[in-house]
Design a protein around this ligand. Structure first.
Ligand SMILES: Cc1cc2nc3c(=O)[nH]c(=O)nc-3n(C[C@H](O)[C@H](O)[C@H](O)COP(=O)(O)OP(=O)(O)OC[C@H]3O[C@@H](n4cnc5c(N)ncnc54)[C@H](O)[C@@H]3O)c2cc1C
Length: 190
């Protein structure tokens, strides 16, 4: 059963187009900060790329900015039950890259060194350690692995619904933010 469409407010300090994980997160953080925000979604919340994501959450990146963004995201996911207050089924079962090319091994060694400099405990594994950690992994071309024990997976739709629910709550509490399910006009604005 589709949700009834809320009437659009006459004005807003911020208009967000797209109710995927990015738009819902932005709406929550702005609404929590007391900003008058409107989120426009043409279909269902989280029905775009977000609904197709496998839900892998990891801190293993190859540049300092993305490592730091991912580290903060993991902090937010771990605390999601309190803020915004929703179950996202986070399972920190680790995240393993299996490597079968020499060039990849060298690149991942550099990335792991960078991640360790940023305070993360990812590490390189030998081929034997990869098989021991994950017996389902087969093949005699495995050269090495890169493993981060604190990474894992969560439910993307849960993240969207949690942010959306809390944004609506802040909206009601502060009476400053609005929520709408509609398509953004395609005409250009200046
Ligand atoms: C198969 C697959 C697997 C993935 N796996 C992972 C993974 O394991 N881990 C990971 O971190 N990432 C993964 N990703 C990437 C992740 O899904 C995206 O990076 C993320 O969902 C992007 O979120 P978004 O909010 O930017 O976009 P979207 O979720 O696509 O949201 C955009 C929204 O905007 C709406 N919209 C568009 N135009 C308008 C308009 N004119 N007016 C109103 N609304 C509009 C759409 O309906 C949509 O809901 C995966 C992606 C795919 C496709």
């Amino acid at each position: 059963m589709p949700r009834p469409v809320s009437p659009l407010p006459e004005s807003a300090a911020v208009v967000i187009v797209g109710g995927g994980v990015m738009g819902a997160s932005a709406a929550f953080h702005l609404a929590e900060a007391g900003v008058n925000v409107v989120l426009l979604e043409r279909a269902q919340l989280g029905s775009g790329s977000t609904s197709r994501a496998a839900g892998g959450v990891r801190t293993q990146f190859s540049d300092a900015l993305n490592v730091e963004l991912a580290r903060r995201s993991m902090d937010a996911f771990r605390d999601f039950g309190r803020r915004p207050g929703w179950e996202i089924d986070l399972k920190q079962v680790g995240y393993l890259f299996v490597l079968s090319r020499e060039s990849d091994v060298e690149e991942f060694e550099c990335s792991v060194a960078l991640q360790n400099d940023c305070g993360l405990d990812s590490r390189m594994l030998t081929a034997g350690e990869v098989r021991e950690l994950c017996p389902l992994v087969q093949g005699d071309d495995i050269l090495a692995g890169a493993f981060s024990p604190g990474d894992g997976h969560a439910t993307p739709e849960g993240v969207v619904q949690g942010y959306a629910f809390a944004a609506r709550w802040w909206s009601t509490a502060a009476r400053s933010s609005r929520w709408s399910q509609t398509r953004a006009p395609s005409r250009r604005t200046s």
